[in-house]
Design a protein around this ligand. Structure first.
Ligand code: HOC
Length: 385
């Protein structure tokens, strides 16, 4: 298609066209009825902004900090599983695009490229996301590997003790690498660019966890592997133990309730991420943006509050900041860019978001993203309606 890419939805459509069905669906689905996944996006439209005019809009800046680290704009790439299946070497390409844009990249435990793959093929420190597994010696090793690779923050995910079912993954028989069934061969035949790139790389399995467990190649074994390996008994003592072993910047991901947010603040972590795992875990949970204000109020300045879920534009970022977030994460938005065009597609996604954020901030009468407050909102958003 020759249509110009102007927004994240354009990248989504291109990714849907270019990425094999099972991997596109994996990224683009929520759990069960997907109501929380949809609410993450649609609740942003309930937030209305005050338009201001005749204020000096010159010399604007989007620079800020997240977890104490300087960022060119308050947007980080979220940890996303199977990133290297949206595009060959996807984790490396996304990390490079993030570094060029001056924003953090977060590598998922469930990534195709390993911590070492990304470290060896990029030149800026990245963040590492950790799942708590029953095998504590294994997670200790992952922490040590992340330290050795120079990762500058650990993002500890707390909302995947057990897995929320995603129906499409089961229907598609999701597997990595994909099984060569007649249906998959037919589908992949329509994605020659994806196939060629995938044939050129050796990184086609979960390289962070290779060696720890064998037989993690398809969804049924992966979800039973998750059930066997991820720790349903995870508790705040584990969080404190991991904090002490890591010793660096710690960000707790998956907080949706003010009481849990207070517990997170008490661990002394540097930041928390208000998140419902992109609507992929508790279907029926409130959207991240709706959860944000009460969490900000509950923790005050005891811990930095970040958020993810539903961000598809720079305007969404500004709205999240207005409701009290210090910074945001994008997941699907960058995956669409990756599937659409590899590193260039992720760069395009970040540039779309940067421009929209800048224009929105200016039209709200501000020149410095760090000065965004609830003052730019036209009334209190009604998330219940
Ligand atoms: C079957 C995949 O965060 C996701 C990821 C990784 C989950 C691991 C199990 O899919 O939400």
């Amino acid at each position: 298609t020759d249509r110009p890419v102007t927004c994240i939805e354009d990248l989504r459509q291109l990714a849907e066209w270019r990425v094999p069905r099972m991997f596109y669906d994996y990224a683009d689905s929520g759990s069960y009825t997907e109501q929380t996944y949809r609410a993450n996006e649609s609740d942003f439209a309930r937030i209305k902004l005050r338009q201001r005019v005749a204020v000096d809009m010159t010399n604007r800046t989007l620079a800020s900090t997240m977890a104490g680290q300087p960022v060119a704009m308050p947007v980080a790439l979220a940890p996303t599983g199977l990133t290297g299946m949206q595009h060959a070497d996807g984790e490396i390409l996304a990390a490079r695009a993030a570094a060029k844009a001056g924003v953090p990249f977060t590598l998922s435990t469930m990534s195709i490229c390993s911590i070492e793959d990304v470290a060896e093929n990029t030149d800026k420190p990245f963040w590492f996301q950790l799942y708590v597994m029953r095998d504590r010696a294994f997670i200790d090793k992952l922490i040590d590997r992340a330290k050795a690779a120079g990762c500058s923050a650990l993002v500890l995910t707390l909302d995947l003790q057990i897995l929320g079912q995603r129906h499409k993954d089961i229907r598609n028989g999701l597997s990595t690498p994909p099984k060569l069934t007649p249906r998959n061969i037919l589908n992949m035949a329509t994605k020659p660019r994806w196939c060629l790139n995938m044939l050129r790389t050796e990184r086609r399995t979960f390289r962070n966890i290779v060696g720890h467990a064998s037989g993690v190649s398809n969804l049924s074994s992966l979800s039973s592997w998750t059930a066997e390996q991820f720790d349903p008994a995870l508790n705040w003592d584990d969080v404190r133990r991991i904090r002490d072993r890591w010793g660096g910047k710690l960000i707790l991901k998956g907080i949706l309730d003010p009481e849990d947010a207070v517990m997170a603040a008490e661990t002394g972590a540097d930041a928390l991420i208000v998140s419902n795992h992109g609507g992929r875990q508790l279907d029926g949970a409130i959207s991240s943006i709706a959860a944000l204000p009460a969490i900000v109020e509950a923790v005050g300045d005891r811990i930095e509050v970040l958020m993810d879920g539903g961000i598809r534009s720079g305007q969404d970022v500004v709205k999240a900041l207005a409701l009290g977030a210090k910074g945001t994460f994008i997941g699907r938005a960058f995956l669409y860019g990756l599937g659409a065009g590899g590193e260039a597609g992720v760069s395009q996604c970040l540039e779309i978001i940067r421009k929209e954020m800048d224009v929105t901030m200016a039209m709200c009468g501000l020149r410095d993203i760090r000065t965004v407050t609830g003052n730019i909102l036209a009334g209190k958003p009604d998330f219940a309606g």
